[in-house]
Design a protein around this ligand. Structure first.
Ligand code: ZN
Length: 669
């Protein structure tokens, strides 16, 4: 649900070649923009933008302006000193006149790039505060060199924030037993304890309400005259200057809406930004999820609450996009045939659905990434988050194919395949078919997998408890894996080669048995549900196919490799495990589910783990990646009217950040 987060790691994408659905112009495109610390910055293309109508281009242009206008909100949400520190660092960078070869200066630039990437002083993924490698003396000297009006008045406080590792050490703490608010450095709470906040919401929440608002989604909680109060994000409230600018651009955008429905979506969002009323947000969300006809679409608002230690407040975020008609055809075909897939699935007929409805996942092209989706970005979105709206009105599920394509293309030649895929024939297969089969795997997983099967009457949907999400992901993955090898996909025109599925099978097992371990620290278990699911499936087929030598781990020159000897039999094994996991789910067989997870999904072989970390470290692949945005420029005639919007891909990483700070600052003095 919610965001389909990218694997964060370059290795997972493996290496992809050309396929029929990829833009041909991509081969000469320069994807890699910058590399520092544990980060690689890429750029993405926006294929098809030039072929949109002028009104669609204008609509997108104003929506992208509305997206970037919210940038400062996220920075301030992340930490109350972020905007001041950003100004200080950028002023020093622009004013610097010394040698650029000193270790202090290089460390300073690295730190600046890290802070820009984190939208603040903490790492976007680990949540840890960045550790500067330049000296306090260097900073002091640079501050002195600034013009007087650019020198911060609270330098000693900012220095403590930058240099004291124990002060505001973690952006979000989720370790139980401590006051999560006091131990988190986010700026969503001020001067209140966790208990006070919990008591506050316990008092205002109506637990009998079947259509509850998303309590606390758009506010900071603080105290006034000893009483706990919410400061609402809205025009006239907290972050007003930024929200005013967002609204101004939304108003411009609404003039170019593609249809009346979309115009209403934009107007209802404007209303919500004006009132701050979460009922208005629900109204907007319902209109948004119902608008499935427009080609252009966007999210703009306070959406995901992962960065609130109590899971309530949404980070500002915006993605503007338009439908990729050609690729969306894929998911439409799959959904239209949902009943066929259900009827032919290898599960016990008692657990099949009589009537199944596939979800149509749209494939989209991102035009801009902003707020919490920038520079690190998801590869898919499934919104809205409110459960009752999802139940009553459905949700929109999208995959952002120009982003996945950029990841894949940028992985070319990074050495990953040479290291982990021993034979040239398999590498060739991956080059040709991994991109398309990986996309199809995601489509089958999202459009059909999760929605397939049924529970026996009276079974508690939460019967599998803590193992529920691992087993649910495994069920959806197995459904996808099983059908990837089905001749039906050829018949439906989704694949052109009966051998193509082998690319995804190979990559899946390589990842599940070996390479995903590079994201686990030595000595630790596999925890995350998707990773557990992949390990469960891969280890299970390895063991069950042992007698017939279906899959094996072979050693050559001290290195371990995955070898698949019998692909058709492997497919049958996927079907057998799907059958068993569907039974576990349908019957609520907690004990059998627990055993599967504990036996196959959790424990790491320390020797193999060490070998993989070691091999991976020699590849110098950045563990995290993100993007710079393209630049949109309106072309105007003598009367000042926009006659076209052009898109360019030449802006580099720091220049883009500095431009955003100078052109879109709304909350700094
Ligand atoms: Zn899933």
């Amino acid at each position: 649900m919610t965001f389909i987060k990218t694997a964060a790691s370059a290795g997972l994408a493996l290496v992809i070649g050309t396929s029929s659905i990829m833009a041909k112009e991509s081969s000469k495109f320069n994807y890699v923009v910058d590399r520092f610390a544990d980060i690689e910055v890429l750029r993405y293309q926006v294929p098809g933008f030039d072929r949109l109508t002028l009104d669609q281009k204008k609509l997108i242009y104003h929506l992208t302006e509305a997206a970037i206008a919210g940038r400062d909100i996220l920075w301030d949400q992340n930490n109350r000193y972020n905007l001041q520190i950003r100004s200080l660092l950028e002023n020093i960078y622009k004013n610097y006149k010394g040698s650029k070869e000193t270790s202090d200066y290089k460390a300073f630039v690295k730190y600046l790039k890290q802070v820009e990437f984190g939208n603040g002083i903490h790492h976007h993924y680990s949540m840890d505060k960045f550790v500067p490698e330049f000296s306090e003396k260097f900073l002091d000297a640079q501050v002195k060199a600034l013009p007087a009006k650019k020198q911060p008045k609270n330098l000693s406080v900012l220095k403590k924030v930058i240099f004291d590792p124990s002060f505001m050490a973690k952006k979000v703490n989720q370790e139980e037993g401590k006051d999560l608010i006091a131990t988190s450095a986010t700026n969503l709470y001020e001067g209140v304890t966790q208990k006070e906040v919990e008591d506050f919401y316990a008092a205002v929440k109506d637990t009998t309400d079947l259509t509850p608002i998303s309590y606390g989604l758009n506010r900071r909680v603080t105290k006034k005259n000893g009483k706990v109060v919410e400061e609402t994000y809205k025009i006239g409230g907290l972050y007003s200057p930024a929200i005013e600018r967002i609204v101004k651009n939304l108003e411009e955008a609404s003039k170019y809406a593609e249809n009346a429905k979309q115009k209403k979506v934009i107007e209802s969002l404007i209303k919500y930004y004006k009132t701050g009323d979460l009922k208005d947000f629900d109204d907007y969300s319902i209109l948004w999820v119902d608008d499935t006809d427009s080609r252009v679409d966007f999210i703009n608002g306070f959406i995901e609450s992962y960065d609130d230690p109590l899971g309530m407040t949404g980070n500002f975020e915006s993605i503007v996009n338009f439908k990729n008609n050609e690729a969306s055809h894929r998911t439409e075909v799959i959904s239209a045939n949902a009943q066929w897939f259900e009827d032919h699935s290898p599960v016990d007929p008692r657990f099949r659905k009589d009537k199944v409805k596939g979800v149509t996942a749209k494939v989209i092209t991102a035009a801009i990434l902003a707020g919490d989706a920038y520079p690190a970005t998801p590869i898919g979105i499934n919104l809205p988050n409110a459960n009752w709206i999802r139940a009553a009105h459905g949700s929109k599920s999208v995959t952002i194919e120009n982003i996945t394509q950029a990841y894949d293309e940028a992985s070319h030649g990074n050495g990953f395949n040479d290291e982990f895929v021993p034979d040239a024939a398999t590498r060739d297969l991956l080059d040709k078919y991994l991109f398309i089969t990986d996309n199809l795997h995601t489509d089958l997983h999202e459009c059909l997998g999760h929605g397939s099967g049924r529970m026996l009457p009276g079974v508690d949907p939460d019967a599998l408890k803590a193992h529920g999400s691992t087993l649910e992901e495994a069920r959806a993955d197995l459904f996808a894996l099983y059908y990837l090898a089905d001749p039906k996909l050829i018949e439906l025109g989704l694949l052109d080669n009966p051998e193509a599925y082998k690319a995804e099978y190979y990559k899946y097992l390589l990842n599940g048995l070996m390479t995903q371990l590079m994201r686990i620290e030595p000595g630790k278990d596999v925890e995350e549900a998707h990773m557990r699911n992949r390990k469960l499936i891969s280890e299970w087929v390895l063991e069950k196919g042992k007698a017939e030598n279906v899959v094996e781990l072979v050693k050559e020159n001290g290195k371990t490799y995955v070898k698949i000897n019998d692909y058709p039999r492997l497919r049958q094994l996927f079907g057998e495990l799907l059958k068993e996991i569907q039974r576990i789910k349908s019957e609520g067989d907690y004990e059998a589910g627990r055993q599967l997870v504990e036996q196959y999904a959790v424990k790491v072989n320390p020797e193999l783990h060490k070998e993989i970390l070691d091999r991976y470290s020699h590849l110098d692949i950045a563990p995290y990646r993100g993007f710079v945005n393209p630049v949109y420029t309106p072309v105007k005639n003598d009367k000042g009217e926009i006659t076209d919007v052009t898109v360019s891909y030449t802006e580099d990483y720091l220049p883009q950040m500095l431009r955003y700070s100078s052109d879109y600052s709304t909350l700094t003095e």
